[in-house]
Design a protein around this ligand. Sequence first.
Ligand code: URA
Length: 262
Amino acid sequence: MPTPSQQAILQEMGYTFWRFRDQGSGSRKQTAEEVAPPVEEASAVPVVEPAPVARPVAAPTVPLEDAPLHNDRAAAIARMGWDELTRAVRECSACALCERRRQAVPGVGDTAADWLFIGEGPGEQEDIKGEPFVGQAGKLLDAMLAAIGLARGHNVYIANAVKCRPENNRTPHAEEMAACRPFLLRQIALLQPKLIVLLGKAAVHSVLDDDQALAKLRRQPLHFGQIPVAVTYHPAYLLRNLPEKARAWEDLCRAKKLVEAG
Ligand code: URA
């Protein structure tokens, strides 16, 4: 169960409370250590892209059809450091999304983070401010982070499958996600997070190349290369489907256990 302060946050966001079945009726409060994941030392930044082959520990099989070095552009991106990568994202014109953006939104957070959260793409507020998840969905994401003892910028990095806003906040097309994927792959390679949390279908599609329903994937043990992957609902979806928040909370608790075990 969350601590009283976490409960306050969750209640504010409309969460309902529940226990894992195997915890029985006697709920146990988490200690501070259990709530806050340990802060790790910054890991060395790899220059070479790790093979981004999704490696499920158990079924289902999650193929990733495209290697990161499939063309010169992807190969160049796979060698970039953070500053160069950020510049390249801001200047990118690899797909039509660049034509209507105010600005590209590279990502935000702690570049030595254990946790990488990946959403779909910038909305209007993100397009204005140049930072992911700063609108309504972002407020909910911040509350979700707080509920598991995390905060934006501290041991957390937040990125999107596409870095430019699709008009009217539509779902990015497959070719737009493919054009942006080298950036996302490089962000993953530079971060080497302990866990990737995929927020919604577009992120799942981009990282795992999997179109199965989230309801099916969210409890599966998935990997991207050697990195464990947790799948949960997108905060914007949760804002429209309040009952699913309990499931998202369950996913986050499971994700926290994965990071603590890693
Ligand atoms: N939704 C997303 O998927 N990403 C954002 O940055 C904002 C809203």
